[in-house]
Design a protein around this ligand. Structure first.
Ligand code: NAP
Length: 262
C-alpha cells in the first residue's frame, strides 16, 4: 500500500465529480490506488466518469446522485454510502453568479451559500470524527483566488469562497494533531465546463495562456496537501503560505482565552 492510500484510503468522496476539477480530483485520487465516490447532481455524467476511472485505474468507484443545494442532502448521501470508510473528503462542487449584487436574485445567492458553505461544513463535520478515530485522513476544500479579497460583480461567490478558505486553514491547524491533513485550494481560471460557461470564447481543447488545465491544477493541490494550510497555483508557494499567521492566531486565541478565564 502506498503512503497516499495508507493516509487517505480506502475511499475518497469527491463532490462535483462528474466533470471539471472534481472529475480531475477523482481521477488523480484513483491513480494513487484509492477507491472513489463521485457525488454530483448530474448522475448520468457522474456514472460515466466513475466507469471511465474504474476502467483506467482498476480501483472501485461509486457514482451517487447528490444535490448539495438540498438542505437534507446528508441523509440521502449517507444512506447511499452505507458504511464506506471515507479517508479523503474533497469538497469541490461550487456555484456562483456573475453580475451586480442588486441585480442578482437573492435565491441564487442563497443557493450558492448552501452549496459552497453549508454543504461543506455538513460534510466536514460528518466525516471528521471517524478520521480522528483512525488518526489519519484528509480534507480538501476548493476555494478560489477570489477568496483573497472582496470581488465586485462576483461578490457573494467570492464571499462564500473566503469562508471556504478560512475554514480550511483553521481546520488545518485544529486537525493536524489528529493526523488529518486539511488544505484550502484556490484555483484561478481553469478550463472546465463551468469556466467555459462564463467565458464562451474559451474552447475545451484550446486553453489560453494564463488558464490552467484541471489536471495541472489538481496536481498543485496534492503537492501541498499534508504540508501547507492552503495553496493557489497562480503564485509561488512561499507567497501563499499563511502557516505562520494561523499559528499566531491560534496562539493569540489561547492566550486571550486564558486571560479572560483568569
Ligand atoms: N474553473 C475555474 O476556473 C475555477 C476557478 C476558481 C475556483 N473554482 C472552483 O472549483 C470548483 C469546481 O469548479 P469547476 O469549474 O470544475 O465547475 P464545473 O465545471 O461547473 O463542475 C462542477 C460540477 O459540480 C456539479 N454541481 C453543481 N452544483 C451541485 C450541487 N448542488 N450538488 C452536486 N453537484 C453540483 C456541477 O453540475 P452542474 O453543471 O449541473 O451544475 C458539475 O458537474 C468550484 O467550487 C469552483 O468554485 C473553479
Amino acid at each position: 500500500m502506498s503512503n497516499f492510500s495508507e493516509q487517505y484510503g480506502p475511499w475518497a468522496l469527491v463532490t462535483g465529480a462528474a466533470e471539471g476539477l472534481g472529475a480531475a480530483f477523482a481521477m488523480h485520487i484513483a491513480q494513487q490506488g484509492v477507491h472513489v465516490v463521485l457525488a454530483d447532481v448530474q448522475s448520468d455524467k457522474a456514472q460515466s466518469q466513475a466507469t471511465l476511472i474504474a476502467d483506467k485505474t482498476g480501483v472501485k468507484t461509486l457514482a451517487v446522485e447528490t444535490d448539495l443545494a438540498s438542505a437534507d442532502f446528508m441523509a440521502s448521501l449517507t444512506l447511499q454510502l452505507k458504511d464506506l470508510e471515507i479517508g479523503l473528503l474533497v469538497c469541490c462542487a461550487g456555484i456562483g453568479a456573475t453580475g451586480s449584487f442588486v441585480d442578482t436574485p437573492l435565491a441564487i445567492m442563497q443557493k450558492a451559500i448552501q452549496v459552497n458553505c453549508m454543504a461543506t461544513i455538513s460534510l466536514a463535520h460528518h466525516y471528521t470524527p471517524p478520521m480522528i478515530k483512525r488518526a489519519k485522513g484528509g480534507i480538501i476544500i476548493v476555494a478560489s483566488t477570489s477568496a483573497y479579497a472582496g470581488a465586485p460583480y462576483i461578490a457573494n461567490y467570492a464571499a462564500t469562497k473566503a469562508y471556504d478558505l478560512s475554514l480550511a486553514e483553521a481546520l488545518w491547524y485544529e486537525l493536524a494533531p489528529s493526523g488529518i491533513d486539511v488544505l484550502g485550494f484556490s484555483p484561478h481560471g481553469t478550463n472546465t465546463p463551468g469556466f467555459r460557461r462564463g467565458m464562451p470564447s474559451v474552447k475545451e481543447g484550446d486553453t489560453p495562456v494564463g488558464v490552467m488545465l484541471p489536471e495541472a491544477a489538481v496536481a498543485v493541490a496534492f503537492k501541498a496537501l499534508g504540508r501547507l494550510p492552503s495553496t493557489r497555483p497562480d503564485l509561488p508557494e512561499n507567497m501563499s503560505v499563511t502557516r505562520q499567521k494561523i499559528i499566531q492566531a491560534a496562539g493569540d486565541f489561547t492566550r486571550n482565552l486564558a486571560t479572560y478565564q483568569e
